[in-house]
Ligand binder design. Structure first.
Ligand code: HEM
Length: 378
């Protein structure tokens, strides 16, 4: 039986994908409490995500059962909360952020202008997404490391057998947001947080708990994931000896970002819960079970991609499942792609002779894939 937390698994998502794809279509994974089922074939993951009434989200996106809140819920609540925030993520709204993103990228790279050895995660990959989402939300960016601690704690709680270990940090984020909501109620400023602080449903203000959850989700969803997209991309360029091709613009960057998302998905998987017994192939998953939809494996399925274990920078074809699919498809996917494009362009223009010092440090949660340190030399 595969161990998703073994050294091999943590070091290489390709190894996990090969193991899962060589096994049964559905497996029951007992290495976590509570145990969960795993689906790994592209067609099966797609089918699960396309049946939100059978594979529900309202019991949490992680392996633990958690109450529904914000967009981690099912229709009609999900439809309402997604509708409340989605116009901030329409293509026009995202495109308007590009000049600001370029400025932030420049400012961040300026901070290491006098250095030779520095960390790509700390300098660019983590501050860029956190600063822009704080601006969109209308959260003052006084201490991005404080936000990072809260964001990391939420992510760690999602993947932990005992999420209560992270309750203290969650409570601090909650208190901080309650105070901010009070301010927004007194003074309108057109930000997303202002929208949430004044939102009504059927003529009634939305419950504060829901507004807080939704804000927390908007805040956390796009941080670590986009940071990982940037670090994974740069790391992979060096590992495959593609850095020079990247610097000389020898392949289309948007296609290469898409290939990075396929090959190195920042979220290797998320979870659904079965609303009833469901048959997949010869297996029956009982009602009330957690099901892991393994994007990392589905993205390497040979029935979906030719030569799936090769990183082909200009690959076209099926959309990788890294942003999910169906009614919960990532709301921030265009923002994430834009952030990556801006960060990577800024990096190659400014530091074409960059070299990798070491592999840095992998982020801990087992179904996430990215780096919390990536030392480089310019
Ligand atoms: C590379 C970066 C990103 C990756 C890999 C990623 C991945 C995902 C995935 C897989 C889902 C589906 C969740 C599910 O099916 O349960 C999702 C949903 C979501 N993402 Fe992203 N995401 C990224 C960036 C962002 C950004 C920048 C934002 C915006 C701030 C964002 C906001 C959201 C929201 C609000 C949802 C929930 C949508 C819903 O349930 O209707 N994401 N993301």
């Amino acid at each position: 039986m595969i161990d998703l937390m073994s050294a091999d698994a943590m070091a290489d998502p390709g190894w996990v994908a090969s193991e899962l794809l060589a096994g049964e279509r559905v497996i029951l994974y007992k290495g976590f409490n509570p145990p969960f089922y795993i689906v790994s074939r592209y067609a099966d993951v797609e089918s699960v995500l396309r049946q939100p009434d059978v594979f529900i989200s309202g019991q949490g996106q992680g392996p633990n059962f958690a109450p529904a809140s914000g967009v981690v819920s099912d229709p009609p609540d999900h439809t309402f909360y997604r509708g409340l925030v989605q116009d901030y993520f329409q293509p026009k709204a995202i495109a308007s952020l590009e000049p600001r993103l370029k400025q932030i990228a420049k400012e961040q790279l300026d901070t290491v202008a006098a250095e030779r050895a520095w960390d790509l995660h700390d300098t660019l990959a983590f501050p860029l997404p956190i600063r822009i989402i704080c601006e969109v939300l209308g959260v003052p960016v006084d201490d991005i490391w404080q936000f990072k601690r809260w964001s990391d704690a939420s992510v760690a709680a999602l993947a932990a057998e005992d999420p209560s270990m992270f309750a203290a940090e969650a409570e601090k984020l909650r208190e901080y947001l309650i105070e901010l909501f009070d301010k927004k109620r007194r003074q309108r400023d057109g930000t997303l947080l202002d929208r949430m602080a004044h939102a009504e449903r059927d003529g009634q203000p939305i419950p504060e708990q829901e507004a807080l959850s939704l804000t927390g989700q908007m805040f956390v969803a796009g941080n670590e994931t986009t940071t990982s997209l940037i670090t994974n991309f740069v790391w992979r360029m060096f590992k495959l000896d593609l850095w020079q091709d990247f610097v000389e613009n020898r392949f289309d960057l948007d296609l290469a970002i898409n290939e990075s998302l396929r090959f190195d998905p920042p979220l290797l998987a998320l979870f659904r819960t079965t609303a009833r017994d469901v048959a997949i192939g010869d297996a029956t998953i009982p009602a009330g079970s957690k099901v892991m939809t393994h994007y990392g494996a589905a993205n390497r399925d040979p029935d979906a991609y030719d030569d799936p274990n090769t990183f082909a920078p200009e690959r076209r074809g099926k959309t990788p499942l890294s942003f999910g699919l169906g009614i919960h498809i990532c709301l921030g996917r265009e923002l994430a792609r834009l952030e990556a494009r801006v960060a990577l362009n800024a990096l190659r223009e400014r530091y074409p002779k960059l070299t990798l010092e070491s592999d840095g440090v992998r982020i801990p949660p087992f179904f996430f894939w990215g780096r919390s340190k990536l030392p480089v030399r310019s």
